[in-house]
Design a protein around this ligand. Structure first.
Ligand SMILES: CC(C)(COP(=O)(O)OP(=O)(O)OC[C@H]1O[C@@H](n2cnc3c(N)ncnc32)[C@H](O)[C@@H]1OP(=O)(O)O)[C@@H](O)C(=O)NCCC(=O)NCCS
Length: 250
């Protein structure tokens, strides 16, 4: 996964999640806030009560040793995310993805990445496990297993939920946990009323690409085209932009 800002790159995202374009000035009343501005201005409690499908947030799943673990998913804003959990997210992202970032023109720049992760409109779904053998401290706080980082934002004139990062710790991959985080984010986007879910995947990350395709994502119209070299060879872009349209629920 790479960030929207780093990949599609041309528009900077303002604090409310809208891209900064000059707005036509009208005399008199200012334009009403957009769906994106209204959504990103809501306090965390409202985001939770209005846009989270609570039936998806706690569940059990079989682990490697076939014992059942209970998991839970919690929503945070970048401002409410505790430093310790932020560090878990960053460390996991670095372990899973920094080599892929480095191998593309996007590169891996920890300071820039952390700034993006702290953007005021960034939201986090944090997945934790309460293993049966957990100590009482772990049992109350949960063991960090993975996260999905997203923003309700605008992309090329479309209102979207953009997944910036999705990472599960290696020992818990392929247990359906990534799918669950994606389901929660998609339901959030549907309830907000955006048009589609979007994300970026590196060309080298074939497993993740298959995973997203299975979840209904397809190449978006703004995804970079392959380059045809002078010798006729076709060079794929280093990343693809995928999307999944939502049916409107008005
Ligand atoms: C990609 C990732 C988020 C998927 O999460 P996950 O919890 O492992 O995936 P799930 O178990 O929910 O997968 C659902 C399906 O995709 C398949 N799948 C997941 N990752 C796969 C991979 N790397 N290769 C092949 N298939 C994969 C699963 O087998 C499963 O198939 P099924 O529906 O037929 O059972 C996770 O593997 C991960 O964190 N990878 C490293 C970081 C990364 O690449 N992030 C995505 C960046 S774009």
């Amino acid at each position: 996964m790479s960030s929207k800002a780093a990949s599609s790159g041309h528009n900077s995202v303002s604090a409310d999640g809208t891209t900064q374009r000059p707005r036509r000035k009208l005399k008199g009343t200012p334009p009403p806030p957009t769906l994106i501005e209204r959504t990103n201005a809501l306090p965390l409690d409202d985001l939770k009560s209005r846009f989270l499908d609570t039936s998806l947030l706690t569940f059990t799943s079989a682990g490697d040793n076939a014992s059942q673990s209970s998991y839970s998913i919690e929503l945070y804003t970048s401002a409410s995310l505790p430093d310790e959990i932020f560090d878990h997210c960053f460390d996991l992202l670095e372990a899973n993805m920094s080599a892929s970032y480095k191998s593309t023109s996007i590169g891996w720049y920890p300071r820039k990445k952390k700034e993006e992760m702290k953007h005021p409109a960034m939201r986090y779904l944090i997945l934790t496990a309460a293993a049966p053998e957990a100590t009482s401290k772990e049992a109350t706080e949960g063991t960090f297993i993975g996260f999905l980082e997203f923003m309700i934002t605008e992309e090329e004139g479309s209102e979207v939920i953009y997944t910036y990062e999705l990472d599960i710790i290696p020992s818990h991959q392929k247990l359906g946990l990534g799918k669950r985080l994606l389901d929660v984010a998609e339901e959030f986007g549907k309830r907000v009323g955006v048009e589609k879910a979007m994300l970026t995947v590196f060309d080298s990350n074939k497993g993740a690409r298959r995973f997203y395709e299975r979840e209904g994502y397809d190449l978006d119209e703004i995804s970079p085209e392959p380059k045809v070299l002078r010798n006729g060879l076709v060079k794929p872009p280093t990343f693809h932009i995928l999307s999944k349209p939502f049916e409107r629920v008005d």
